[in-house]
Design a binder for this molecule. Structure first.
Ligand code: AGP
Length: 589
């Protein structure tokens, strides 16, 4: 959600900023801007749209600059609202949300100050400029003391044209040494190539980038010694490698990722501590958002069925305001690809205050969630660029199903095997290409429905979310048995209904719902592991996926649904990697 990059050093800043912004574009892509200074003059280039809109600014001369790609929170998508924001001698880029911006702005306006944008970020520029008494660091610390909310900031001051000041509060920020200079960015990928030694700031920390040195301190200006980040350059790379879109590429990566996620499960450094907690736990809470929430639902089905341990799954944004009951000994599993989702982080903080042991199933190293959690179980999905989560969902399932296997053994239940899932997923990907043929039935539809029971219902929910977020086709995922309790009224001749059937003992029950929908004119599509259903007259088209333990089946059955969403999005002329109104990591409440 918004991306920040900054550079100060001996090289030309503009190309470094623009290249960094391309890497960050997946975090926000409604407007873009850079500010570049040659020591005498600060040039600001801002446009609505994507990074390519400021390509011409590559030739701007200057050795210091800041850049930003925006996902609008305050104010429309306009050039005025794009970052950097300036006031007097200050220019800054900001990620996050200032919750008390309105009150601060009213006060500043009553003092006669004029604002040019509707953003909360411009308020910060005013506060810093107003508080500037010859030391930018002091001014930034002073301004941050007045802010409520979240921020990652990179600030330039024309009175100190050789330095950038950075600040972090609940929004990620990385600083470090680069080739011939210093860098700041909200995401490792923007500066990984540049940075030899990078440090992740913690909440309440400030950094000064000047000369060949990064100095970090807290609000009391006490120096903080940071540990350099360990990262693999290859991991941060985002190349299409001949694919048209990252989403399609990321689906193809799933089998290998599953292998890594499962193989490395017991190698997580906190594993033995986590295992000790798992041995004692009688109750598990899971918090997450969106796709990660759906993987939590899949875990609940598998844990309760195979381990007989009670699991509650709560949408993180609801959990935090529900005064949740957290009994002694609760294991809370927080699932997040980015590890930066504000709602999930808030839920985790609350659960910790209430005494829960928190295990994070997370993809991004050094993310905020990794620091909050008592145990971190990495998903090893690599960088996920497409806004619509695909491979990270399957990787989360690989880790969660590994937990199921461990817990089943602890509970002296028959330990389910995960063996063969990666190969079966590879097979599923190849048969899933068949869904291309389904797209004409979805492209012009008013809405679509996904149904299933148990684990199949969880896959249905995720299939529906995928379709709506990138094809913009209204869709619902349902428990198959619920269709007749209301939603059936929406079925019209031609309405596409996708049924997921991977469990033998409920297959016929789901087929009842299929018959009910078919009799009202629905066009039926099946994702199933039972060939006999594919042959039925009611079925317009089907994908036959390999069989596996039904509790683990979403790891396979979701794949054709991901592909369906992808091809329908393409057929409707959408960019599947960057759906409208969405951003990759939702760092605001
Ligand atoms: C998935 O396709 C969505 N883009 C979204 O629902 C996402 O899963 C959700 O915002 C949670 O993100 P996280 O996994 O990074 O916490």
């Amino acid at each position: 959600m918004c991306g920040i990059v900054g550079y100060v050093g001996k090289r030309e800043a503009a190309p470094i900023l623009i290249d960094g912004l391309y890497e960050l574009e997946y975090r926000g892509y409604d407007s873009v801007g850079i500010a570049v200074s040659n020591g005498k003059e600060l040039k600001i280039i801002k446009k609505t749209g994507r990074v390519k809109e400021i390509e011409a600014a590559r030739s701007e001369r200057g050795n210091i600059g800041i850049g930003h790609t925006r996902w609008a929170t305050h104010g429309d998508v306009t050039v005025e609202n794009a970052h950097p924001h300036t006031y007097k001698n200050i220019a800054l880029v900001h990620n996050g949300i200032v919750e008390n911006a309105r009150a601060l702005k009213e006060e500043l306006v009553s003092n006669g100050e004029i604002f040019y944008s509707d953003t909360d970020s411009e308020v910060i520029a005013h506060l810093i400029a107003d508080g500037y008494r010859g030391d930018l660091l002091d001014a930034v610390i002073g301004a941050c003391g007045k802010l409520i909310g979240s921020y990652a900031l990179a600030v330039y001051c024309s009175d100190e044209p050789d330095a950038l000041i950075c600040a972090r509060m609940r929004s990620p920020l990385i600083v470090g040494n680069a080739k011939d200079g210093l860098v700041v960015a909200s995401d490792l990928s923007a500066v990984a190539e540049e940075g030899a030694t990078l440090y992740s700031l913690d909440d309440g920390e400030f950094a000064r980038l000047e000369g060949d040195e990064v100095t970090v301190c807290n609000a009391g200006k006490n120096a903080v010694v940071k540990e350099a980040m360990q990262f693999d350059l290859e991991e941060g790379k985002t190349k299409l490698d001949g694919y048209r879109h990252f989403m399609r590429k990321e689906i193809d990566e799933i089998p290998e990722i599953l292998h890594h996620s499962m193989f490395n499960f017991e190698k997580n450094s906190c594993y033995s501590d986590f295992y000790r907690v798992l041995c004692q736990t009688e109750y598990i809470q899971i918090v997450a958002c969106g796709t990660a929430y759906h993987s939590g639902l899949c875990a609940k089905v598998a844990i309760e069925k195979l381990c007989r341990v009670r699991v509650e799954v709560v949408v993180a944004s609801e959990y935090r305001y529900s005064n949740p009951i957290v009994p002694k000994g609760t294991l809370l599993i927080a699932i997040s690809q980015s590890g930066e989702t504000a709602d999930t982080l808030a839920a985790v903080r609350l659960a910790k205050r209430k005494g829960a042991y928190v295990a994070a199933v997370v993809n991004v190293k050094y993310s905020s969630l990794t620091r909050l959690a008592d145990a971190v179980l990495y998903t090893h999905a690599g960088k996920e660029v497409a806004v619509a989560a695909t491979k990270s969902f399957n990787a989360q399932l690989a880790v969660l199903y590994s937990i199921v296997g461990t817990l089943a053994a602890i509970e002296k239940k028959r330990a389910p095997t995960l063996r063969g899932l990666a190969q079966k997923t590879a097979k599923t990907i190849s048969v899933s290409e068949e869904v291309r043929g389904w797209t004409p039935y979805f492209v012009g539809a008013k809405s679509a429905y996904f149904i299933g029971r148990g684990a199949d219902m969880c896959a249905a929910l995720e299939g529906s979310l995928k379709l709506k977020e990138i094809s913009y086709l209204p869709s619902e995922g349902y428990a198959a048995g619920e269709l007749k309790h209301g939603t059936l009224a929406l079925i019209e001749p031609g309405t596409p209904v996708v049924a997921i059937i991977t469990r033998r003992n409920t297959a016929e029950k789901t087929m009842n719902a299929v018959h009910e929908a078919y009799s009202r004119g629905a066009r039926i599509f099946l994702v199933t592991s039972f060939a006999e259903y594919c042959e039925m007259d009611e079925v317009c088209a089907s994908v036959l996926i390999p069989r596996c333990l039904p509790e683990f089946s979403p790891i396979l059955s979701v794949v054709p649904l991901q592909m369906l969403a992808y091809y329908v999005a393409l057929a409707r002329g959408n960019d599947p990697d960057k759906p409208r109104n969405l951003a990759k990591s939702v760092t605001v409440e």
